[in-house]
Design a protein. Structure first.
Length: 130
């Protein structure tokens, strides 16, 4: 039991260190990864019929998308792209809510695909270090 707590604590410290040292670009990538991981956990929870775990995972994914990704948009500087991303993030949150209500893994897969497309575009504009 104590070793599990130690491992958990070590992992938390490692994650916090990664966040503190991350560039703004890397932070967005981490948010996308986190949302995808939570959606994957929700999918597995539906398959196991673990409804409480499903709800927690979907709730975390909605928070990451709604507060993290949507909240990071600069609507003034981002123009039309930021507006389109805001609409997409709102759509994803709505679909995740629907997936939660219906226990629908196909909707989870749809949102996973949308996040993968956003991640691909985001990775394509990764700043290079000189």
């Amino acid at each position: 039991m104590k070793s599990t707590a130690a491992i958990s604590s070590y992992a938390k410290i490692g994650f916090e260190s990664e966040v503190l040292g991350a560039s703004p670009h890397r932070l967005i990538a981490m948010l996308i990864d986190g949302a995808q991981r939570d959606i994957s956990n929700a999918r597995k929870s539906i398959q196991r019929k673990a409804m409480a775990a499903k709800g927690v995972a979907i709730g975390r994914a909605i928070s990451i998308i709604g507060e993290g990704l949507n909240g990071s948009l600069n609507m003034e500087a981002g123009g039309e792209l930021a507006q389109n991303l805001r609409r997409l993030y709102d759509y994803m949150a709505l679909r995740l809510t629907e997936a939660n209500l219906k226990n629908d893994v196909e909707i989870l897969d749809e949102v996973t695909r949308l996040l993968a497309e956003v991640k691909e575009g985001w990775d394509g504009i990764r700043p290079t270090t000189v």
